[in-house]
Design a protein around this ligand. Structure first.
Ligand code: M6R
Length: 614
């Protein structure tokens, strides 16, 4: 979502702030701005991209200050415009904010009564002016911030500078990530690691309801009783190169290319003697066998990895799995007890709905297990147990490698559970575990190698208005993910359907030339999907078949184009590992349609990398 950067030190903060914001661009935004302290606070902000801000800053060549805050805004309250851009001002301060203030209307009324005039439509300005009103009375920044956050309801990460407190930045957060760090250059505050990685690899993740005070490189933390407290120091476990394009034209394709090694690394980390082993004391056989059902809760692509989890857990461990989108789960009064395992899947570990679902599950007494990519993120910290996916940083808004490793972890978890429940032999589990480390990454590599073939097929789709994805069983889940990937970065309307559902309504949408992507990786249901393909072909659909080599050879699939993926067979278990390579093919299809259309692949319109608001 929005991005926050702050710097205080001996250097000119202006280029540091702009550069920091560039490192956060991937999060998605529609306006940007900075405030710096000279003898007074100077704010420059604009609707648009960082280049627009840089242009505006050219009018302020004399702007040089050792302390400032910056922000990229993804509009929630009020349209993207200059006046709604952050930072927002009070008489004494300037502030940037990520999150949403729920009781902003109530606070606005309060502020108007005491004479404040609001200049924007944002909830942030209201929070800024509320802190300002307290500061006006007490001239104590800590007291003012804590008094305001007692009133504010919602989620926030605030970074604040006060006009009469030079060199200092204050920060506080709730349900939104915010880190602080120091180096010989000074002190930094940021909503995400890439913004500070150039300066340091160590950082503090501020606990909720704790104020961080940065005075150059010196950082103090205060509890709400205004006592100094310590915060644990953390170290970034990936390199800056991993957060760069590494010669690829876009992060998305770079991240697809990372998939073989990410899957290999993740699976290797969670095996011992080629059997699943998570190294989590709590997840022993007796414990995981006690759950009568499993809920997998997540959003977007992570939820689609959850669907693959349902397929593989039910297949191997024979435990019923319910998969739900977090935004629905949290409001449908779910029936949960200590007999339930709730698995939360999230790349960022900060998705607001998934975090809320986690808290609700804990309150209901369920055991919560998080599958998360970002170390130390809120979901990782709050869940009863966490399994980290080892994808490294994912920058592109369209999630690719995170999905592959989430799938890898749910496979390993399914095998662990199946072994504990005696539903699979040790020998079979070992074979699968070895294949997940070897044949699966190899199959993904193979798909990546014939990327140019996928690119040439993609050309057919660049002018499409609608594309349908069909498949059965796990193939329908892959279609759902393929459809999301394509729609989010190509702006083409895409829908995925279980192929068997076609004749219950959807087939009325098929007419001459309608593109349909048919996925057939599973031999047990492929004849059924092929019937569906015949039905849509008979109504004029143009069909792209994505199938395994063995299915292509055995069946005569009626289609106009074909992307053949290698079989990831293991002796006696058919097709179970093929979803990985198929997912990569679907990601490449989406990628090429988007880049061929000349769109902003990594930063699709209206979208943000991490959705920290409801
Ligand atoms: O960080 P999370 O995995 O919790 O994010 C969930 C979704 O917002 C995310 O997967 C989204 O759907 C992606 N843009 C899909 O590519």
């Amino acid at each position: 979502m929005c991005g926050i950067i702050g710097y205080t030190g001996n250097e000119n903060s202006v280029p540091i702030l702009v550069e920091g914001l560039r490192a956060l661009e991937y999060r998605g935004y529609d306006s940007a701005g900075i405030s710096v302290q000279e003898d007074k606070i100077i704010t420059v902000k604009t609707k648009g991209r960082l280049d627009d801000l840089a242009k505006k800053l050219e009018e302020h060549t004399d702007l040089s200050s050792g302390c400032g805050i910056g922000h990229t805004r993804w509009a929630t309250h009020g349209e993207p415009s200059d006046r709604n851009s952050h930072p927002h001002r009070g008489k004494h301060l300037s502030m940037v904010h990520n999150g949403i203030i729920e009781n902003y209307a109530e606070i606005a009324d309060m502020l108007k009564k005491i004479g404040y005039v609001l200049e924007s439509e944002t909830d942030t300005e209201i929070a800024a002016k509320l802190i300002d009103s307290f500061y006006d009375e007490c001239h104590d920044p800590l007291k003012a911030i804590f008094s305001a956050t007692e009133i504010i309801r919602g989620s926030y990460a605030f970074a604040i500078i006060f006009e009469d407190i030079p060199h200092k930045i204050y920060a506080i957060r709730k349900d939104n990530p915010l880190i602080v760090a120091s180096s010989e250059n000074g002190g930094f505050i940021a909503s995400d690691i890439p913004a500070i990685l150039k300066y340091t690899r160590t950082y503090f993740r501020i606990d909720e309801n704790v104020v961080a005070e940065l005075d150059g490189a010196n950082i103090d933390f205060y509890s709400s009783s205004r006592n100094k407290i310590a915060q644990p120091i953390e170290t970034v476990d990936w390199d800056i190169e991993q957060a760069q394009k590494g010669g690829f034209p876009h992060f998305m394709v770079k991240e697809i290319n990372d998939e073989p090694s990410a899957v290999r690394k993740t699976v290797s980390a969670y095996q011992q003697d080629d059997l699943p082993h998570f190294g989590i004391e709590k997840i022993d056989s007796d414990f995981i066998c006690k759950f009568k059902s499993i809920n997998i809760i997540a959003c977007g692509t992570a939820m689609h990895a959850g669907l693959v989890g349902k397929y593989v857990i039910e297949k191997f461990a024979r435990v019923p799995v319910n998969v739900d989108v977090a935004s629905e789960f949290r409001y449908r009064d779910p029936i949960l007890s200590s007999d339930d395992l709730v698995i939360l899947v999230s790349q960022s570990g900060e998705t607001a709905d998934t975090l809320a679902a986690l808290r609700l599950s804990k309150e209901a007494g369920a055991y919560t297990l998080a599958i998360v990519n970002v170390v130390g993120s809120s979901i990782a910290r709050e869940a009863d147990s966490v399994i980290y996916t080892l994808a490294g940083p994912e920058i592109s808004v369209a999630s690719t490698k995170a999905y592959s490793v989430q799938c890898a972890v749910v496979y390993m978890f399914a095998l662990r559970l199946a072994l504990a429940r005696n539903k699979i032999s040790v020998e079979q589990a070992r074979k699968l575990c070895v294949s997940l480390q070897t044949s699966v990454p190899d199959a993904i590599t193979n798909v990546i190698k014939f990327g140019s073939k996928i690119r040439s097929v993609s050309k057919k789709y660049i002018n499409a208005e609608h594309i349908f994805f069909i498949g059965r069983g796990v193939d329908s889940y892959l279609g759902t993910e393929g459809s999301l990937k394509l729609k989010e970065i190509s702006y083409i309307h895409c829908e995925a359907y279980a192929a068997g559902e076609l004749k219950h309504g959807t087939i009325s949408l098929i007419s001459e030339g309608t593109p349909v992507v048919a996925i057939t990786t599973q031999s047990n249901v492929c004849e059924k999907t092929i019937s569906g393909i015949r039905e849509v072909k008979a109504r004029g659909a143009v069909v792209l078949s994505i199938c395994t080599r063995s299915i292509a050879e055995e069946y005569n699939i009626p289609c106009d184009d074909m992307i053949v993926i290698p079989d990831t067979e293991i002796d006696d278990i058919d097709n179970v590992l093929d979803p990985f390579a198929c997912a990569t093919a679907l990601q490449l299809l989406a990628y090429h349609v988007s880049e061929l259309k000349g769109l902003d692949v990594d930063k699709p319109r209206n979208l943000a990398k991490s959705v920290t608001v409801e």
